[in-house]
Design a protein around this ligand. Structure first.
Ligand code: NAP
Ligand code: MG
Length: 499
């Protein structure tokens, strides 16, 4: 499947690439008003990546003004739904046509294997835009029951200007999860990508414009969270913030909304998702799901299966099997190597944070089963091997805190009741899984786990047709599926009396 996609192929594409780090406002590229920039260090080799405009409140003001003007003019909101569909479908096509370039940009920014960027991130982003494009002319309003002399139409109307703030782990996918439904519903958007991952956002905004999206409908402001992000979330003329990121920053966003204009907020936050494995399960399948569920994307996945709850009698066997799967299948390597299944972590500071959490966990008494060490340091990149720890209990820090690296924490349990208690003993509620051959047990435990998605005898299977998001401190609001449209709209009643 890799064919022409050798390491040399991507290296020459990198050598030839021009990295555009300017903001995209009102249909054109812009520098920060004060001319300041910042440089991104590439996690694959520690060399300088792109140079980006360091947007601040005044740049957010410009972008929000452009978004508001586009919204009020009706140039997008009032467009024939079939025409909106055509433009968004064209955009999805352009993302596919430019998939190699987009995959390269994503990998330069975040260090994931370029083949994953190509076959997963870019592909899913295009599919997502296509999915919401196709919904444009299939959204109906309602007529409410009234007496014979009245007609009450309940319209679903766009909110206005949406501020989207996104993280660095799956930039294209998460951006498309926000942009697809927000734009299909007729809103304008100002997107602030994470400072680590702006390249793909800038490029897809340019492609949207090329597809025919009117100026001002989609704007990208690059910069730091505390500057551009905060200004967007505090802006008095933004109607909603669609945020994906950490629980800590999610709480700040709610505060900013309360302290400014009571804008709506949707939060997709962190997780510490349990994978519950009973002794009667297919242990090979469970080991494969646990390893891939936790280590894919170097563990930088909000719904990663980071807590392995294993029935005591099979714990050791299961960990051995996870080690085997990891050694056999989850090849760590330079992101341009076709064989690499996982690449670098997002940056050195994050790698050091992960190693620090491990050190603290070991001091508390969590025991290393294998891996989880800094590797490939000679490349200058930020790499670590996947690994497993056995915690003394679910109270250990490695069992409680989101690590966001390739680190799985195993905890033993005795019986179904304890399994469920441990599974729910977390501040988070993003995802979970249960492995058993007893379908009654599978049903009871999957119903009992308080999380937005629970898998039975699998992990991380999903589609655009199902909603994604969390309970508890994993946030609220759902991305994906037709339901995602709801959060970018509100109901408006138009009541008419006859005669
Ligand atoms: P983060 O630090 O919370 O940042 C997320 C976004 O918020 C970035 O664009 C960041 O900008 C911005 N930001 C930071 N401080 C801000 C502030 N004071 N005001 C406004 N915006 C601010 O998260 P991250 O490190 O990028 O991503 C990892 C986290 O995201 C993990 O906790 C993970 O679980 C979560 N996540 C959740 C989901 C989900 O769907 N539930 C999906 C993916 C990731 P800068 O980085 O430029 O400062
Ligand atoms: Mg950040």
């Amino acid at each position: 499947m890799t064919g022409q996609y050798t390491r040399e192929y991507w290296q020459s594409a990198l050598d030839a690439a021009t990295l555009n780090g300017r903001m995209f406002i009102n249909g054109g590229f812009e520098d920060a008003a004060d001319g300041t920039t910042f440089v991104r260090i590439r996690p694959m080799d520690g060399k300088p990546g792109g140079t980006f405009a360091r947007g601040k409140a005044v740049d957010i003001d410009r972008a929000v003004a452009a978004a508001r003007a586009a919204f009020e003019s009706g140039v997008w909101r009032k467009k024939d739904p079939a025409e909106k569909k055509r433009i968004l479908l064209k955009w999805a096509d352009l993302i596919r046509e430019n998939r190699e370039e987009l995959a390269l940009l994503e990998t330069i920014d975040v260090g994931k294997p370029v083949m994953a960027s190509l076959n997963v991130d870019v592909a899913l982003a295009a599919n997502c835009i296509q999915y919401y494009a196709e919904l444009c002319d299939k959204l109906y309003d309602e007529v409410a029951p009234t007496g014979p002399n009245d007609r009450a139409i309940v319209r679903k109307v766009p909110l206005g200007v949406i501020g989207a703030i996104t993280p660095w782990n799956y930039p294209l996918i998460i951006d498309s999860w926000k942009l697809g439904p927000a734009l299909a519903a007729g809103n304008s958007v100002v997107l602030k990508p994470a400072e680590q991952s702006s390249l793909s956002a800038i490029r897809i905004a340019e492609l949207a414009s090329q597809a025919g999206l009117p100026d001002g409908v989609l704007n990208i402001v690059t910069g730091y969270g505390e500057e551009a992000g905060q200004a967007l979330a505090r802006h008095m003329d933004v109607d909603m913030i669609a945020f994906t990121g950490s629980t800590e920053v999610g709480k700040l966003i709610m505060g900013y909304a309360a302290q400014s204009n009571l804008k709506r907020v949707a939060l997709e936050l962190g997780g510490k998702s349990p994978i519950v494995v009973f002794a009667d399960a297919d242990l090979d399948a469970a080991a494969s799901a646990a390893a891939w569920g936790c280590f894919y994307n170097a563990g930088e996945t909000c719904h990663a299966s980071t807590r392995l709850l294993a029935e005591r009698s099979i714990m050791d066997e299961l960990i051995s099997k996870i080690e085997e799967v990891t050694a056999r299948e989850i090849t760590l390597g330079h992101p341009f190597e076709p064989s690499a299944q996982i690449g670098a972590l997002i940056e050195d500071a994050h790698l050091e944070k992960v190693l620090g959490m491990i050190e603290a966990g070991e001091k508390e008494g969590s025991k290393r089963a294998f891996g989880a060490e800094k590797v490939m340091a000679e490349t200058g990149g930020s790499y670590m091997s996947p690994g497993v720890f056995v915690a003394k209990s679910n109270s250990d820090s490695l069992a409680r805190n989101e690590i966001f690296g390739p680190v799985l924490t195993a905890i033993a349990f005795d019986g179904e009741e304890e399994a469920l208690k441990l599974a729910n003993d977390t501040n988070y509620g993003l995802a979970g899984a249960v492995f058993t051959s007893d379908m009654g047990k599978a049903h009871r435990v999957s119903e009992g786990i308080h999380a937005g998605t629970v898998w039975i005898n699998t992990y991380d299977i999903s589609s655009l047709a199902t909603p994604f998001g969390g309970f508890k401190q994993s946030g609220f609001g759902r991305d994906r599926s037709v339901h995602a449209i709801d959060k970018y709209c509100d109901y408006k009643t138009i009541w008419q009396r006859f005669g």
